[in-house]
Design a protein around this ligand. Structure first.
Ligand code: PAF
Length: 300
């Protein structure tokens, strides 16, 4: 495993490896796992998926332009030594670990913005966040030129926004969405979970529990409309005194279009997502559940 900080150096290294492989008549495939570090089992699962490529590149970069002025950029958890040990264990080939000055030698004047999908859910509460994400991911794609890029579905809106960017800009990369990884008690893994106190963590279990209940209620046809689903989730989460709801919403996926409250879930022809963001103290957690038409229809 090698570690590289300079974008140019990584471009040259990958060019060299592709050239060497081509000389042997082999077209090298590259899998990219973009992260902000403080790696956990969710990231490890992405790295394992990426292992089907010839070269696995892990990027670790806390991207300042996706944080708002009052967000947790300064206190975002970091542990480079632990991240490198995990990368080594997961047989990563190249760790790309640039500093801010490597990625943004001058403040960027170019930003990539995906319209509409970024105005809802986290985009509404975190203005500019997704412009920062699409811009840095586009930069990473230009630096690495990956065949595959792996993203966790905990950030389902991120997956939807990045897929739109890739389609709109004809980027030659296949995005691979990977399932949410949870603790045994249901809490979705997140680098931000370390901020939670014991009591906050215990109450935060309501997020996965309420989504799981919602899934059962929908597939058993006990909840039939988008509005009812939203109300159920909201009530369950509000039952926890430390939970401060940012949003609870039910949208189409991956278009992220709002649904009329009266719409019957059975009648909708595509997939839906129930997504939520809830604060426990200063820690904002997100979670979601995808209602794939095939699963909902199975029980009709
Ligand atoms: O999901 C993340 O960790 C970040 O948003 C990403 C995709 C690495 C971009 O900074």
């Amino acid at each position: 495993m090698i570690t590289i900080k300079e974008p140019k150096e990584l471009q040259q290294e990958l060019k060299r490896r592709r050239f060497e492989a081509a000389k042997q008549g082999h077209e090298l495939t590259v899998g990219l796992v973009p992260t902000m570090g403080f790696l956990h089992e969710g990231h490890a699962s992405l790295l394992r998926e990426a292992r089907s490529s010839d070269v696995v590149v892990l990027s670790i970069f806390v991207n300042p332009i996706q944080f708002g002025p009052n967000e947790d950029l300064d206190r975002y958890p970091r542990d480079a030594a632990r991240d490198l040990a995990l990368a080594e264990k997961e047989k990563v080939d190249i760790v790309f670990m640039p500093e801010v000055e490597h990625m943004y030698p001058q403040p960027t004047k170019t930003k990539i913005r995906v319209e509409e999908l970024t105005s809802r859910l986290c985009g509404a509460s975190r203005p500019g966040h997704f412009d920062g994400v699409t811009t840095v991911v586009a930069k990473l794609f230009h630096i690495v030129n990956p065949d595959f890029a792996y993203f966790g579905m905990k950030d389902a809106q991120q997956v939807a926004v990045l897929s739109q960017m890739v389609r709109d800009l004809n980027m030659d990369v296949q995005l691979v969405p990977c399932p949410i990884v949870r603790e045994s008690d249901g809490l979705a893994l997140s680098s931000r979970n370390v901020y939670l106190t014991g009591e906050q963590r215990a109450q935060a279990l309501i997020l996965s529990a309420s989504l799981k209940e919602a899934y059962d209620l929908v597939t058993e046809h006990k909840v039939t409309t988008a509005g009812e689903l939203k109300r159920r989730l909201t009530e369950r989460i509000q039952s926890k005194p430390l939970a401060e709801i940012d949003y609870v919403d039910v949208l189409t996926f991956p278009e992220l279009e709002p649904l009329d409250e009266q719409v019957r879930i059975d009648d909708y022809q595509g997939d839906l997502i129930a997504a939520l963001a809830v604060k426990f103290g200063n820690t904002r957690l997100i979670d979601n559940m995808l209602f794939e038409k095939k699963d909902v229809a199975l029980h009709v």
